[in-house]
Structures are given as structure tokens and as C-alpha cells.
Design a protein. Sequence first.
Length: 238
Amino acid sequence: MIDNINKIKNDNHKYIFLEELIGNSLDIEDEIERKTGLCFPDGKVLKIYNIKIILEKMLEFRKNLREEEILIICKDENLTYEIIRLLHESFSFISILEKIRLENIKCEDLICENILKDMGLSIFRQKDLSKSIKKYGIIINMEKDIYIDKNNIKKEAIILDYSNGHIFRHTKNNVLIEDITINSRYKENSLIFGELISSLHEKLNESSRESFHRIYSRGKLKTLEELINRANSLKGSI
């Protein structure tokens, strides 16, 4: 595969998308990127934009969702700020995982100060998840190199794992969201399917401000309702 990619690429090519690799090991993607010099698009802008949309739709099934505490696992202070900016009006209890934040503690202090100043929201900095992970009803993860004891996660927790590392895939009862699809404007083109994964859609479109169509979870595409119903059937009630 790699040899074939190298034969057809040219100096204008920067990104690569292989639909058959969706949901597979990151090691495969890393090897392809290393040996071809191309990058897989991540679709982060589009996925982050849809976090609030997804959680608001979840309110139709879980009326008390606004009362849940949110944990954000993200090293990038700009992404962290954007996620909190999207959620702060709907959720009052938001934490960040301190130990994987920037090494410069002053930068971490600064983002918390900016959030308090701009949004009036005080952010809690969680230092240790070994036991405290149990209290979070919503987990938003952007990092593939983080360890969490999955046995300590609340059964009813909603997990948005946008790390592409699939580190939460083996949790059994949780609502797990790993990616989203968008109904694309490229429906006329027979080479590009109408329903596109976030990374491909983001690269084909100038605007990434579009709502999701379906959810990619544990290797399968489902509607949000199907995903919730599956969780209900596994644990009796959500």
C-alpha cells in the first residue's frame, strides 16, 4: 500500500485519507505518515464544534445532563479554551486534567484566569484521576497518550474520545463517541459519498460549522438515538 501511495503522490499532496483505515490502529496511520510524508486529516475543528450540539441533543434523553461534571483532557490550551467557550453557558462544572497540561504552569494559570475573566467560570484543575474519574458524567478526551483505569469510569458517563487512540473503546456500558459524519454537499460526485467522516469533510469544505449526521462508535456508525438505546439495553437505564 505504501509503495503505491508513493508512486501516485506528488509535491502538491499534503494529506491522505483511506476509508478502510477508519477505526483501526494508530500505529498503521503513523507508519503510513512516516513513510509517505503525508498526513491524515483529524477533523478536530468540526468535531469540537459539534460537542455542544451532541450534548444538547443528549438532553432529550437525559434531562439531568446539565448537572453532570465535565472533564476535559487536552494539552492544547487553545483547543481547551474553545471547548470551554462552547460549553460554559450550559454546564457549570468543568475540570481540566492538570498533569498533562503545558509544562509551563504559568500558561495553565493564564488560561484559567482568561476563562474566569471572559466567561465568569471557575475551572477546577484535576491532578489525579485514579479515584476522582468516578465523579465525571461527561469526559472529553483529545489525547492518545493518556492512561485511565476504565473500571473506575461511571457506567452512565458519556465519553467523547476524539484522540483517535481508541483508548476508551473497551468500556462496555458507556455512550462512546469517537467520530462523527456529515451529510456532504458533494452528493452529486459519485466518487465521494454523501455521508463523509469528519476529517474528510473538513478538508473538502471551507466551512466546518455543520451539524453531525451520525456517530462513529466502537467501529460502527449509529444514529445518536441508536447509540443511547444500546447503552440502555446494556445497563437497564441511562
